[in-house]
Design a protein around this ligand. Structure first.
Ligand code: FCB
Length: 470
């Protein structure tokens, strides 16, 4: 920590008004799974199914944020956050997935937004962070076209309730994960494994996004609307043409599957060719791509790491987690590498230059729209020593990625904000509570919050609107 009387000079200043924030998601922090009229989502069903989540963890209690919201917002204010990105739980505000709103559920978000505004914190609302109401999954889930219309109806309910006080809206969080982990590999809820269903899910998620943008635009013309995608640079392991082709295939599935329809109004031709054995894209109807590419005001990018890939080796057994069922339909046999560089507790390579590459690509190849890093962060094993957590690894990760963000700005990227993932340690999906991403430690026995060193450091970065010279 720097000496507060003599802080190092700000060598890396960010643009005035840069939106410094932190992010969370409803199922990962709220708990209160059966309170206030909330009904099960696919993540309740999935986490309560034996063998799906490490150690049988569920989001039933999580960080108990539903009950602790006012003090959590006070904590955000103490850290000086300019913005807070949260998600609305669909099964809390529309428990059946269709029909009328549950006013008690909406009231929770009204109170949250009022509390944020009262502390001068800009609310950033994500409509869908993976918690599909279970009745909609029972009716076919995202592979069913009707789910897109249900999402638009739900969006209308939230817009009616919160549109007067929320400016920033993102529709979906990481549709790749919903589609390809939820319906492809099945490691996320609802845990189904069918390549064609995963592709259909991806399309209907984007259709739902487009319909939701149209509904929001009509209801709230002044709102700032966007989507959050998780992007990865994809690097071939060698210069061999077969490895370069493997990288092209994974880039198509991971990145261009979403970027092209949303920002260009078309699917990439090579993606359709790669998926020939999986689907004929017969689920795409005339006019869908026009809806999907409804103009936006911003694009949210979640960045964690890079993929390094190589061509399949004839007869070789793919790594266990890449075996079918796979999240890479049609490209199941592409090999994924780790290069021996430092990794986080998720085994994800730490690659800050990849953030520069990713932001520049979106800006230079796709759009002039303002960009926001809507998630970036790392899991590490933390030690509590004398009631403190000195998370030097996480702090270094944030520092390196913020320097990368600054480099992207210098290169001309209109990057307007950055949200650390995450404010709190929380329910890390299939990993349960075993992975800690928070800047603030959560003691799950007592629900005590302990700001880690990274949180105090981040507060200082925000206060000075920049980083110290290196
Ligand atoms: C992203 C998710 C977020 C969190 C981080 C670690 O894929 O959007 O909920 O799990 O990864």
């Amino acid at each position: 920590m720097s000496n507060p009387d003599h802080p190092p000079a700000v060598g890396v200043p960010f643009p005035p008004g840069f939106l410094w924030g932190a992010a969370t998601a409803a199922y990962q922090i709220e708990g209160a799974a059966t309170e206030g009229g909330r009904a099960p989502s696919i993540w309740d069903t999935f986490s309560h199914t034996e063998g799906r989540v490490v150690a049988g963890h569920t989001g039933d209690v999580a960080c108990d944020h539903y009950h602790r919201m006012p003090s959590d917002v006070r904590l955000m204010a103490e850290l000086g956050l300019k913005s807070y990105r949260f998600s609305v739980s669909w099964p809390r505000v529309q428990p059946g997935g269709s029909g009328p709103a549950n006013s008690e559920g909406l009231d929770f978000y009204r109170r949250l937004v009022d509390e944020l505004l009262g502390h001068g914190i800009e609310p950033w609302l994500t409509l869908y962070h993976w918690d599909l109401p279970q009745p909609l999954e029972d009716a076919g889930g995202w592979p069913a076209r009707d789910t897109a219309s249900r999402f638009a109806d739900y969006t209308q309910l939230v817009a009616d309730a919160l549109g007067d006080r929320v400016t920033y809206w993102t529709t979906l969080n990481e549709p790749w994960c919903s589609a390809f982990l939820g319906y492809g590999s099945g490691v996320h809820a609802p845990g189904r494994s069918d390549g064609a269903d995963a592709v259909r899910a991806g399309h209907h998620l984007m259709l739902g996004h487009g319909l939701a943008v149209q509904a929001l635009r009509a209801a709230r013309p002044q709102a700032q609307l966007g989507i959050t995608v998780n992007l990865y640079p994809v690097t071939p392991a060698t210069d061999a043409p077969a490895d370069i082709d493997a990288a092209r295939r994974i880039d198509a599935l991971a990145n261009r599957f979403f970027l092209d329809p949303v920002l260009r109004g078309s699917y990439p031709a090579d993606l359709a060719a790669d998926l020939r054995q999986v689907t004929d894209f017969g689920h795409v109807r005339d006019g869908d791509l026009a809806v999907i590419s409804t103009p936006l005001d911003l694009v949210g990018v979640n960045y964690y790491s890079r993929h390094v890939v190589a061509a399949p080796v004839a007869g070789a057994d793919p790594e266990p987690y890449r075996r079918a069922p796979s999240c890479w339909p049609g490209s199941e046999d592409v090999r994924f590498f780790t290069r021996g560089v430092p990794v986080t507790d998720m085994d994800w390579e730490i690659d800050a230059p990849g953030l520069v590459e990713t932001l520049r690509r979106v800006h230079e190849e796709y759009t002039d729209l303002p960009l926001y890093v809507t998630e970036n962060g790392s899991a590490f094993v933390d030690a509590v020593v004398g009631g403190q957590v000195d998370d030097v690894d996480r702090l270094a990760y944030f520092d390196a990625h913020l320097r990368a963000a600054h480099e992207a700005i210098t290169a001309g990227v209109p990057l307007r904000g950055y949200f650390a993932w995450s404010l709190l340690d929380n329910f890390e999906w299939a990993w349960g509570y075993t992975k800690r991403f928070g800047m603030v430690r959560v003691d799950y026995d007592t629900q005590a919050r302990i700001p880690k060193s990274s949180a105090r450091w981040y507060a200082e970065v925000i206060r000075r609107n920049g980083l110290a010279a290196q």
